[in-house]
Design a protein around this ligand. Structure first.
Ligand code: F6P
Length: 418
């Protein structure tokens, strides 16, 4: 069998288990040295391909690959960068295929979310148009759980577990401090347009009176009066109220409850919706309030990874290598749920082009009729995804995350000037 070189890259917001996928890709490629020559990784996603900033993953010893599987962040660096349509910027594609050709790349594995699947679809189409033999494989990940075509996205289960644990523990704290004048705790979690992580905090509760008492998701327009009435009723009943807020909640007129800033491309930077909600409660109901934003903590918590999520992340990495070796193009290994309890799953392949740029939001049957909490169907879906724990090794009291040395291979082409 002729051997080919593969190129792996990470893209978009990172997760606590994206490196588990990377480690699985490396391990699988090593096992298949009959079919894979060199496995390269691009630094900072597709930007590293454009810049010919490539790492030969052979620099990592077996022990480092094992350690990589338990490290948060993106070991090879990530990026938020959308490829132009080929007809608008052919030079961009000329460069990408020049880099592929210079390094004998026959398979490209792009580990990302819905925007990255768009890159996979564009590259796959461009390769076919140019007659360049390339298997383009999307590898799913996103804490937002908003990828279509898969039952869940690797990275989500661990973020969900972190958020549920945060609500459980802070909820116990605020319950201890319940007072006659009322106390409120607000937890803001990620989820730009999809409330999956917020929904998962419901897993903290064993009974209806346990936190979180209210969950605000972007799928439901924020109704201030209905919300305050629910807070008031909860405080009257329990002396306190715990609320989860998705960062991307919007009012009925479509405006965000809170946005921080815009980046250079006009993307809105979210953050602060929880504080707004906490202040609103204080202003209207007078309760003492605390609020928290775990922000990066929820997607970087390598010390609290879900074992199921870790297994998903590893499995999609291995399957992506096999798909590239088999020459499967424009596909994405996807998680297929076979049963909730006991939780059983396997992998299937989805069409990456059909998934590109879509956003899977929390469906209506997962949201309680009043829009302020989730249903039992949501709990049944979510519960297995946070099951089990995979801990990193600890040293000196903190996780023993390696500082990997990842030198670039010598460039073969002139520098790229966009
Ligand atoms: O990719 C998911 C996500 O974690 C969103 O939930 C969040 O709004 C965003 O990324 C933050 O990303 P960045 O690190 O680019 O600011």
């Amino acid at each position: 069998m002729a051997r080919t070189n593969l190129l792996y890259a990470q893209s978009g917001g990172v997760t606590a288990v994206i490196n588990a996928t990377a480690a699985a890709v490396i391990a699988a490629a090593r096992e298949r040295d009959d079919a894979v020559g060199t496995l390269f990784a691009a630094r900072n996603g597709i930007l590293g391909v454009l810049g010919e900033d490539l790492i030969d993953t052979a620099v990592l010893g077996a022990e480092e690959v094992d350690a990589l599987a338990h490290m948060p962040g993106g070991a090879f660096g990530s990026c938020r960068f959308d490829l132009d349509p080929p007809e608008r910027n052919p030079a961009q594609y000329d460069r990408l295929f020049a880099v592929f050709a210079a390094h004998g790349i026959g398979g490209f594995l792009y580990n990302g979310g819905n925007g990255s699947m768009d890159a996979v679809a564009k590259l796959s189409a461009a390769a076919r148009a140019r007659g360049y033999p390339l298997a383009c494989v999307g590898v799913p990940k996103t804490v937002d759980n908003d990828l279509e075509g898969t039952d869940c996205s690797p990275g989500f289960g661990s973020a969900a577990k972190y958020a549920a644990v945060a609500m459980l523990e802070a909820g116990i704290d605020v319950a201890s401090m319940a007072s006659r004048s009322g106390r409120v705790f607000v937890l803001e979690v990620m989820g730009r347009n999809a409330g999956w992580i917020a929904a998962a905090t419901a897993l903290a509760a064993q009974t209806a009176d346990e936190p979180p008492h209210i969950i605000l998701m972007p799928e439901i327009p924020f109704d201030e009066d209905a919300f305050l009435a629910a807070v008031d009723a909860t405080v009257k009943r329990l002396g306190y109220c715990a609320v989860t807020v998705s960062e991307g909640i919007r009012r009925a007129n479509g405006t965000l409850v809170m946005e921080q800033d815009h980046d250079r491309k006009g993307h809105v930077q979210l953050g602060g919706a929880g504080q707004c909600i906490a202040r609103l409660i204080h202003a209207r109901l007078g309760h003492k309030h605390h609020w928290a934003i775990p922000d990066y903590l929820q997607r970087a918590a390598g010390h609290l990874v879900s074992a199921v999520d870790h297994a998903h992340a590893s499995a999609v990495g291995r399957a992506a290598v096999e798909a590239a070796i088999a020459g499967r193009d424009c596909v994405m290994p996807a998680i297929r749920r076979l049963s909730d309890e006991p939780y059983r799953w396997d992998l299937e392949f989805a069409d990456a082009a059909a998934i590109a740029n879509l956003e899977r939001r929390v469906p209506a049957h997962f949201i309680r009729a009043d829009g302020l909490h989730v249903t039992d169907a949501a709990r049944r879906y979510l519960r297995p995804l946070i099951e089990g724990e995979v801990y990193p090794a600890f040293a000196r009291g903190v996780p023993d995350y390696r500082r990997l040395k990842l030198p670039a291979v010598p460039r073969k082409l002139a520098s790229y000037v966009p």
